[in-house]
Design a protein around this ligand. Structure first.
Ligand code: GDP
Length: 297
């Protein structure tokens, strides 16, 4: 998988180097592994958990030879990433995704990729231009809508984002839409205002969704190349609107793919989608097994 080349080189190859050509498993190995994991954005807490578990398993003689470490490590990572909720999919008559994330994270392209994917599957898709703040955001979404042949509900710049969401849900219901994706603002320099706005949008979406039995999912878009910044953003958004899942974009642009593990294990938010390139097919459902297999293949 070309999209994970950097992480393979910056993380997996280093781990492989640590595990190979050794006669025994010793403290030096633990130290080297710790350094590589932290450098790859696996997160301090998760790194210590992994290393402590390894030490324990070595003490219990569950792992005795360095040759066993590679498959042991893959198994541990898969377990860490296991998501009980399963794939990214929809079961309701109308499904609403509220997209949140800071400007530049890849929100617009992720919306477009999702819209394109479900349109192709024969679903009726609608977009709501809920970023009423950033100049050009409404127009940009409209351009995608035209390109994809998908309806875009919008009001003028500066209007109330919650009102746009409200309108869109009524329209989606009337037009038998299967999937409504609501864009939102991502200006982080006015953090308190933004979070207040997002809470209001979510309140309206949930209220309207409940009235008509629609499913609601808050999807947070995070840029994997921003590392620990992405983690702090995730905490903020999660506090404000209770995030159901993460779309982790630009994994192709970082050697620190360990951020996948931090998001899941330290924030306890399932990763639903990963972006490994700019093309439509580069937005993939996140499957832990497949992901680890691809990394270590
Ligand atoms: P927004 O401000 O959050 O709406 O961000 P955009 O959707 O406009 O995306 C910002 C940039 O990131 C664009 O140039 C996208 O093509 C790029 N981008 C988004 N996802 C990915 C990805 O998975 N990989 C790469 N390489 N680029 C991406």
């Amino acid at each position: 998988k070309a999209g994970l080349k950097k992480t393979k080189a910056g993380f997996v190859d280093k781990v492989t180097n640590i595990f190979t050509g050794r006669s025994n498993i010793d403290d030096q190995l633990f130290e080297e592994l710790e350094e590589v994991l932290i450098q790859a954005d696996v997160g301090v807490k998760t790194t210590f958990t992994l290393i402590d578990k390894l030490k324990e398993d070595v003490d219990n003689e569950e792992v005795t030879e360095p040759e066993e470490l590679m498959s042991y490590f893959q198994k541990e990572l898969k377990e860490l990433l296991q998501n009980d909720e399963g794939d990214f999919n929809f079961n309701n008559e109308l499904n609403i995704i509220m997209m949140v994330g800071v400007n530049g994270a890849g929100k617009t392209t992720t919306i477009a990729k999702l819209a394109g994917r479900y349109k192709k599957e024969g679903k009726k898709v609608m977009l709501a231009a809920g970023d009423t703040f950033r100049a050009g955001a409404i127009e940009q979404l409209q351009i995608w809508g035209d390109r994809l042949g998908v309806n875009v509900i919008s009001q003028q710049e500066g209007s109330d984002a919650a009102a746009v969401a409200y309108d869109a849900i009524q329209s989606a219901k009337a037009k038998d839409v299967d999937l409504l994706i609501v864009d939102t603002a991502g200006r982080l320099h006015t953090q308190t205002n933004l979070m207040k706005e997002l809470k209001k949008v979510k309140r309206v979406i949930e209220r309207e969704a409940e009235a008509i039995g629609a499913g609601v999912e808050v999807l947070l878009v995070l840029d994997a190349t921003t590392g620990q910044n992405a983690i702090s953003q995730a905490k903020l958004f999660n506090q404000a609107v209770n995030v159901d899942g993460v779309a982790l974009t630009k994994l192709d642009g970082t050697a620190k793919g360990g951020i996948v593990i931090t998001v899941k294990n330290e924030l306890d938010i399932p990763i639903k989608l990963i972006g490994v390139g700019e093309a439509a097919e580069d937005l993939q459902n996140f499957d832990p097994e497949q992901f680890i297999e691809a990394l270590f293949s």
